[in-house]
Design a protein around this ligand. Structure first.
Ligand code: SF4
Length: 703
């Protein structure tokens, strides 16, 4: 641990990994991170998980990009270079001037020859709010369309679609810390012990002091040890289970009539719809006994204060929006919104996915979720952006953009801090698409799998090297401060975006991220009363915020919703089967997710020495009985085969996984989970069905 005599500097900033947004103190000695400690941020209250405490040394990895790179003229056809000893072999170093000119002119030339829609952009939830704002402005102003998106599409797009539709706001209605005021909490489709570890500590404390913790998940999670109820339902049957719970609440008249009359609309249609979903009928589908369904329904409806937390187990389905609609209806039925200890909380993934979404890095909406289809919104931005016409046509989403790239309709891309060559479903399709691009500009901290396909690579500062604001899952806008300079010639993303913008003909004159933040405030009501100066002094302010001294509201919508007549809406959901179901060729179910030690596509954590030492090898989890049936010992190799592809990976025995399931983490390039996943999309959120693919598991003879 840091000792003031042993360090050169100490900086308060925010953890760069998950959406909990823990505040940290980073101690520097001789230009390197010596230690990281949790400090008293509003979300973490001094706590940290293993990634926050031991995961920062990725920034010192020898493979950091420190100079701009340009693809060599004699490089072979674009593809994944799998030679870890020579990762840079297809690129040559360049000056910033040459690289920026090459990057910008390539994009501008495509715009001239083929029109603006020949270029699309993926921004990043690993950037600050100011950088996310600038990136979407770069595409919208520079190329005159809305084809700009980021990884929210792959995590909670369906949750946001349902929340916008039924509640009128895409953010959480209560911070996760509000669980201390709840009696009952449902955690569904989420494994917070691994994915939101510090939030999980608050959940465990809640259980310890007698709160009823109800876990619902097809995979048994570590948190089930703390739960009063563990409902391990069949994968893909979320709507059946949730509708059955709500059927009980309706039939037994356990709902909060006064709340429904005062704050909602659509109840009577919903009530008629839900009557068909009896626990007996749904039990066959979801695999949970009717009496258990009844018990959970009575406990949640009877609670004084109840909360619902969910993760990507809910959202990453072709019925992800329906899943979220059910959770919203469940909370509304019971009046569990708008009071202390109540609320709806989709646990956000990346440390700034909330902020990047708020900043408009979404194809359908401008900053603060203002629809591009609304003429008044377009007029507002035309005014702020000095005459820029905003296109009324909502843009394409991540997977749709990659499809257009594959078909040759999009010829150029600017990808900042995203890694679609690992993160897209059916990733071989995405890789083939990337290889077809006439011009690809990648801005990142490492030579990611996606950067392998680039024409120009621009080296960026990592989050501990940046200053700017980020917003966590709790709606807490926090000040991120640079703890040390970026290595070599790497630069902060906002500076690079500005330089590219000027080169494609935009009249931009930002000199400091606070100027960008001030511009954001012109269009974003969510930032009212939140100033750069306040954030410098207070480090965090929650939105919405009612005045200069208000720390912000932990719980919202106590007096109505930002919808017509202030009412939230019940939207009925029908049971929809997954896009593909097991058959004799692919008899099991594949589900994917994270591990505690590794973060998303692994570009950071697999270069963090402690984290990679703890989890060095690609692995999957199978039930011991499945391993026995296959004749594979724990630690042996299995081959996973889906309709998209196949890979070999080490198998672990895990009783938490049902015998007909396999769980596969997606952080490992050598066994990239998305080679297997299904690109079928939820029709509303356009999120892929990462959580359900039909798979065959085979033993591999030799290891
Ligand atoms: Fe970082 Fe999330 Fe861990 Fe907190 S819980 S230290 S934000 S990874």
């Amino acid at each position: 641990q840091g000792d003031s005599r042993d360090i050169d500097s100490e900086t308060k900033t925010v953890c760069p990994f998950c959406g909990v947004g823990c505040q940290v103190s980073v101690k520097i000695k001789e230009g390197r991170v010596k230690s990281v400690e949790g400090i008293n941020g509003p979300a973490n209250e001094g706590r940290l998980c293993v990634k926050g405490r031991f995961g920062f040394d990725y920034i010192h990895h020898p493979h950091r990009l420190t100079k701009p790179l340009i693809r060599r003229d004699d490089a072979p056809d674009k593809g994944l270079n799998v030679d870890p000893a020579n990762p840079f072999t297809h690129f040559r170093e360049a000056t910033w001037e040459e690289a920026l000119d090459r990057a910008a002119h390539g994009l501008a030339d495509l715009r001239s020859y083929y029109g603006g829609t020949s270029v699309a952009g993926f921004g990043s939830a690993k950037c600050t709010n100011e950088e996310a704002y600038l990136f979407q402005k770069f595409i919208r102003q520079g190329f005159k369309h809305n084809n700009v998106d980021h990884c929210t599409r792959l995590c909670h797009a369906s949750s946001v679609a349902a929340l916008m539709e039924n509640v009128g706001s895409g953010a959480v209605t209560a911070t996760f810390n509000e669980i201390e005021n709840a009696d009952v909490a449902i955690v569904i489709g989420s494994n917070p012990t691994e994915n939101h570890p510090v939030a999980a500590t608050f959940f465990k404390q809640f259980a310890k002091r007698g709160g009823e913790l109800i876990i619902m998940d097809p995979r048994g999670t570590a948190m089930k040890r703390h739960a009063t109820h563990m409902l391990q339902f069949r994968p893909g049957t979320d709507v059946a289970l949730l509708n059955a719970i709500m059927n009980v609440i309706v039939e037994e008249k356990l709902y909060d009539r006064q709340y429904i009359e005062g704050f909602t609309e659509g109840f009577f249609e919903f009530r008629d719809h839900i009557r068909a979903f009896t626990p007996e009928r749904m039990s066959e589908l979801c695999g949970i006994e009717p009496e258990v369904i009844r018990d959970v329904a009575r406990r949640f409806a009877g609670a004084r204060a109840g909360m619902i937390f969910w993760g990507m187990g809910i959202s990453q389905h072709i019925h992800g929006t329906d899943n979220s609609r059910c959770l919203i209806s469940l909370a509304l039925l019971c009046g569990h919104v708008g009071r202390p200890g109540t609320g709806l909380h989709p646990l956000r993934g990346q440390n700034n996915v909330q902020g990047a979404s708020d900043a408009g890095l979404i194809p359908q909406v401008m900053p603060d979720y203002q629809p591009v289809t609304d003429v008044e919104v377009r007029e507002l931005f035309k005014h702020i952006w000095r005459g820029t016409e905003i296109q009324a046509q909502p843009g394409l989403t991540v997977v749709e953009i990659m499809d257009r790239v594959y078909r040759g309709e999009i010829r150029g891309m600017y990808i900042l801090g995203e890694n679609p060559a690992m993160s897209d479903p059916d990733v071989e399709h995405a890789r083939k698409a990337l290889a077809k691009l006439d011009h690809l500009v990648v801005q990142d901290i490492f030579l990611t799998e996606t950067a392998n396909y680039a024409d120009v690579i621009l080296p960026a500062a990592a989050m501990p090297e940046k200053t700017g604001t980020v917003t966590n899952t709790n709606r807490q806008v926090q000040m991120m401060r640079a703890a040390l300079p970026a290595p070599g010639e790497a630069r902060e993303d906002w500076q690079v975006i500005v330089d590219l913008a000027r080169r494609i003909g935009l009249d931009w004159d930002y000199d400091d991220p606070r100027e960008i933040f001030d511009e954001m405030k012109m269009s974003m009501r969510s930032l009212h009363h939140i100033t750069w100066k306040r954030l410098e002094a207070e480090s965090a302010v929650t939105y919405p915020c009612s005045g200069p001294d208000d720390p912000g509201q932990a719980v919202v919508f106590g007096d109505g919703f930002p919808r017509r007549a202030g009412r939230a809406k019940f939207t009925p959901a029908r049971v929809t089967p997954p896009a593909e179901v097991p058959d004799e060729n692919f008899p099991m179910v594949l589900t994917t997710g994270r591990q505690l030690e590794h973060w998303h596509t692994g570009s950071m954590t697999r270069r963090a020495s402690v984290l990679d030492a703890v989890e060095p090898e690609a692995n999957c989890s199978l039930h011991p009985s499945t391993l026995r049936r296959l004749g594979v010992e724990p630690g042996g190799m299995v081959r996973l085969v889906t309709r998209r592809g196949a890979l070999e990976v080490m198998a672990r025995a895990d009783r938490a996984v049902a015998p007909d399931m396999v769980f596969l983490p997606f952080a490992y390039v050598e066994a990239a989970a998305n080679i297997l996943t299904n690109p079928a999309l939820d029709p509303f959120g356009k999120i892929p069905e990462f959580k359900y693919s039909a798979v065959r598991v085979e033993a591999v003879e030799d290891r």
